[in-house]
Design a protein. Structure first.
Lengths: 341, 341
DNA sequence: AGAACTAACGCAATCGATTGCTAAAAGTTC
DNA sequence: GAACTTTTAGCAATCGATTGCGTTAGTTCT
């Protein structure tokens, strides 16, 4: 049968070992460690003490198998829309940090899962592997349909993203349309007339921000300029060529709405390097309000998303869903932070 | 015995179900899915296809229990030295992102574990819970002794941190002393004479950077100024009061070495708000070279740590240790990036 | 044809913890 | 002291996958 697997010297302690030491059965140890009142307090204390001094901790694989619960939340970053393999956008990183804080704060573990170029059944595979009790998805990427399909049969799922049509999964996010509209209106109010939009279509949130941008133009009686649109990715490296291409196209513009702060900062740098001045000649507004925005030169005007609240809300909703409740999606109203651009 | 646990309708598929469908035993299904050549190719394909169409995926809890392997790496962020509960420093976040990329790139899962105000036995508990096959610790925090104790009996462990005395665990990091020395020498070469150090003692990396700073002063024949030292934390919120206190103390200084970029940027802002000019009056140098450094105003001069290489090295070493090999620690030579401060 | 092999696959034990049922021990009541 | 209740704790099944050993059927050789 099975051979001695690993652990050469330092014996793996199991519950049976503690049971033997305490002179009771494993049932009793299990109940004692779980604080079950059918074991007298004195015995419970004695067993707990024994476990502590011997450094015994319950084996989580065995526990998860038996209980069909893992005490773990899966944190998933789908990168279907990005060629780049790395998690580099500070917004995503900060989101991961905050969600991890919220989850560990509730005593759960975090299983971090980056998914690049997903296969059709990737979500189901994650669910079926039974490694987590619930899933948080950071960004819809281009996986809207996969999420819809999953949501029909899998309840404990909350997605950070935009409010797009035909959405059947529970979502938390900002009102992207309103945010972009706000930003665009601000530039128009400053007298800008030819405003470019930087962002790679594909991710719903970018599409929605573009939608808000177009709305604001329309409301101001301005017609959108198809040539003033650059497919900037969400990484510094890939955004720069797009901005440069826009400059080189010879198109004239006096404002830029970027789909993210990272793109905005890249735009500022590229524009400045090309001899344009920000904000005198060209005004730039970002989206997210990552910490970088406050420190860029000049400080970036941007649309603020409240990540702290967003993360807390996501985790709240997820735990309610794990308990079987139904939950409504939540979209927060973003806020324009006017700084120097 | 055990009641119907969860899953009301959508049946949990198990290997036995696939076995029944295929008209074979679970042994055969297990071997087929594992690609075991003792099962004929045709049958293997047929079983795999059956599993795919029915959306069957191996239950990882059961697999881990049986194999005594979890196919998971634990990523641990100890926050013993910070009052703050949140993972906010961009350096840590970027480190998490890069490590996660490296680990998932090798087909392993990432279990993210933030540990605040650790109890004495926290590390052993994590190990004994058998949730991961190896541990990566991001930063020594104030847990040097705990790490030493663990390393004596637990092999698959790699720590990001500084090269401190009596260290028995495998470590990857920068030569913090050399980095800080370089930065300080640079400021001295620029004619700065009264250079302050900002950083909270407690974390070894900060101590080492302070050591390098003192070395450079000594080498230049300058005596250190005890009053020019502020215990800045690693978050924006807590670093600012320290800087302000330094300013308010009335001490004169013409240079600042910060223990991290976040502290440096905070210092610049606080100094500027107090009417001092950077770098004319006061020169500021940071440590880490996070992306923010490049975009701050003015762009931050800083000591660059190569995170990409660091993360890759850590994961490489860890996997070698998991396979039973012994490994040497690695300390990279940091590089001074001269920008505008 | 019979012996000697090999290929294919099933049996059943195992990983470690949980828990419904039940039995023994202890305590109450009349 | 009998009958009954309550307390305490063990038995054994269970979660789902893996794998050493053994069995059956099929080949090859003498």
């Amino acid at each position: 049968m099975s051979r001695q697997p690993t652990e050469p010297k330092s014996a793996r302690l199991k519950m049976a070992d503690i049971a033997k030491l305490a002179g009771v059965s494993t049932s009793t140890v299990s109940r004692a460690l779980a604080g079950n009142p059918s074991i007298p307090q004195a015995l419970r204390d004695q067993i707990s003490e024994l476990a502590r001094t011997h450094g015994y901790v319950i084996n989580q694989s065995a526990r998860s198998l038996r209980l069909q619960r893992t005490h773990t939340i899966g944190l998933i970053v789908p990168l279907g829309h990005e060629r780049d393999q790395l998690i580099t956008d500070p917004f995503f990183l900060e989101m991961i940090g905050r969600l991890a804080d919220e989850i560990t704060g509730r005593g759960y573990e975090v299983l971090l899962n980056k998914v690049v170029a997903p296969r059709a059944d990737w979500l189901r595979r994650i669910v079926q592997s039974h490694r987590s009790d619930g899933l948080l998805i950071i960004g819809q990427s281009d996986q809207h349909e996969a999420l819809n399909a999953l949501a029909d049969t899998y309840r404990p799922l909350v997605v950070w993203g935009g409010d797009i049509a035909e959405r059947r999964y529970c979502t938390v996010g900002s009102d992207n349309v309103a945010g972009a509209r706000l930003a665009t209106q601000h530039m128009i109010a400053q007298g800008r007339r030819r405003i470019a939009f930087l962002g790679l279509p594909g991710a719903p949130e970018v599409e929605l921000r573009r939608e808000g941008y177009l709305q604001a133009l329309r409301e101001a009686g301005l017609s959108p300029y198809p040539e003033l649109s650059a497919p900037a990715h969400f990484t510094i490296e890939s955004a720069e060529p797009s901005v440069r291409a826009l400059i080189d196209s010879g198109a004239t513009f006096d404002g830029v709405l970027a789909a993210s702060d990272l793109i905005a900062v890249t735009a500022i740098n590229t524009l400045t390097a090309a001899g344009r001045t920000v904000p005198d000649e060209i005004s730039v507004v970002g989206f997210d309000d990552i910490s970088l925005a406050r420190y860029s030169a000049p400080p970036l005007t941007t649309v603020r998303q409240d990540l702290a609240t967003g993360a807390r809300t996501m985790v709240d909703l997820l735990f309610r869903r794990i308990e079987g409740a139904s939950t409504e999606s939540v979209f927060m109203t973003p806020e324009l932070v006017v700084r120097g651009t």
